[in-house]
Design a protein around this ligand. Sequence first.
Ligand code: FE
Length: 131
Amino acid sequence: MAGFADLIQTADWKKEKHVPVIECADKVAAGEFFDVTVSLGKEIAHPNTTEHHISYIKLYFKPEGEKFAVHVGDFSFWAHGASAAGANEGSVYTNHTVTCSMKTAKSGELVALAYCNIHGLWESSKSVVAS
Ligand code: FE
C-alpha cells in the first residue's frame, strides 16, 4: 500500500528546482506574528507555463513535543497563461511564491509541500525557535 511518504520527493533546493524554499527568521518571539515566505526556483527557475507550472504550496507546522502537525495554509496558483486565444497566450500569470503571517507559542518545524502539475509533490522543512 502506498502512502504519502512514497509520493513526496525531496532534494537540495539549490540543485533541484521543485523543492520549496522556506524563508523566515530562525528565532521568533513566542506568540507574536512573523512572516514566512515559501517560494520555488531560487537557484534554478521552475517553468511557469500553461503546460508546466506549480499548482499549489501547502504549509504545515509541527510544534516540538507534539504528536500532530498543524496545517498553516494552502496557497493555490491559478493563472498560467491559459486564455481563449490558446495556451500561453494569456496576459496573466501567478508566480509560485507566497508570504503569510503566523505565530506559535512553541518552537518547531515548518514543512512545505509544493505540487508541480507534471512532476508531482516535493517537500522541505525549516526549524523555528520560539522564545
Ligand atoms: Fe515541474
